[in-house]
Design a binder for this molecule. Structure first.
Ligand SMILES: Nc1ncnc2c1ncn2[C@@H]1O[C@H](COP(=O)(O)OP(=O)(O)O)[C@@H](O)[C@H]1O
Ligand SMILES: [Mg+2]
Length: 322
């Protein structure tokens, strides 16, 4: 991809005393793309975002937005960037349009362009019919859209959204996702989340962060491939007729099999295997099953899941214990 990157982070670090909340991270967000910034709670997402949005200086390293340095050119960065903070504060007593007007004035926009942009962003964020509503009467989903409308008001090329779906119900989450997907192309979006399905659905690129470090980055497909190549995450499901206990024990005893798990045990027993599952192993399994006299009905691969990968790389301890 030859598109220039709109956000460039190089060796960025934030220390709180001796603790490195963000530890020497580098990544780029290509122009016009929605990129997911994924990591468990406490990973360092908000800290990174606060440096990108000029709310906090880095301890070391650099970040540029639209070519401008967040430290040396913060005014220009802010002009180029819309930011939805983690817990966007809203003035509950204000009405939607009134609030947006106030926010536009704060950003130095003139009245005429504010009025025009309020129409545009409320339309874009499905708020047109709520313009006169007091914010206190809006549901959490509508408030979040208002936060996004606010971030878009000065029409910045870059949008940074910190956990935009936290606290929303499933249908509100779907709508917010759709809204974000619609922004792709018009804006470059960095979307932070701890929810994996969110990035799989809307992001072309995912950056995974854990304990302040970048653990992996790539398209969801590339990450799934990495996961399969590690031999971890790939699964083999067997359906066979025989006593579940004995089947499980025999399969688990094969060298190279990490785990054998009974999925169902009715007339036919279904068992899921993980570990080294190459062609030789499959032949060995088939031979063993036949020798035991268990009728083999099916042997199929279950794809590597991104979820597995995410859990493994962000929490190696939990994966080992599983
Ligand atoms: N002001 C602060 N002082 C000390 N530690 C902090 C401060 N802010 C955040 N942290 C710590 O930095 C780590 C990263 O936090 P944060 O960036 O908020 O993570 P995330 O947004 O990924 O959940 C956490 O361990 C958090 O406790
Ligand atoms: Mg956070």
């Amino acid at each position: 991809m030859s598109q220039p990157a709109e956000i460039v982070v190089e060796q960025l670090t934030k220390a709180y005393g001796k603790f490195l909340a963000v530890d020497n991270i580098s990544f780029a967000v290509p122009k016009g793309m929605v990129v997911g910034f994924l990591g468990p709670n406490g990973a360092g997402k908000t800290t990174t975002i606060r440096m990108l949005t000029c709310f906090m200086p880095p301890t070391s390293g650099t970040a540029r937005v639209g070519g401008f340095d967040v430290f040396h050119d913060s005014l220009k960065v802010r002009k180029n960037l819309g930011y939805l903070p983690e817990n966007a504060p809203l003035y509950l007593e204000m009405r939607v349009a009134e609030y947006l007007h106030f926010r536009g004035r704060l950003r130095g926009m003139d009245r005429g362009s504010i009025k025009k942009r309020i129409d545009e962003v409320t339309e874009l964020c499905w708020l047109s019919d709520r313009k006169r509503w007091p914010i206190s009467k809006l549901s959490k989903g509508y408030r979040q859209r208002l936060g996004i409308a606010d971030a878009l008001l000065h029409n910045p090329p870059v949008l940074v959204l910190d956990e935009p779906t936290v606290g929303l119900d499933p249908s509100q989450i779907r709508e917010t996702r759709k809204l974000i997907a619609n922004l792709a192309g018009l804006h470059t979006v960095l979307l932070s989340t701890h929810i994996l399905s969110e990035v799989e659905l809307v992001c072309r690129k995912v950056i995974i962060i854990g304990r302040g470090k970048i653990l992996a980055q790539g398209s969801p497909e590339e990450l799934k491939q990495q996961c399969a190549q590690r031999g971890s995450g790939a699964r083999l499901v067997l359906e066979l007729r025989g006593p579940a206990d004995q089947i499980r024990t025999a399969l688990a005893a094969l060298p190279g099999i990490e785990q054998a798990r009974i999925i169902s045990d009715n007339a036919v027993c279904a068992v899921e295997l993980s570990g080294k599952l190459d062609g030789a192993m499959r032949e060995q399994i088939a031979a063993m099953v036949q020798q035991r006299g268990w009728a083999l009905r099916e042997m199929r691969s279950a794809g590597a899941s991104l979820e597995e990968f995410f859990v493994q790389i962000t929490d190696p301890g939990a994966a080992a214990a599983a």
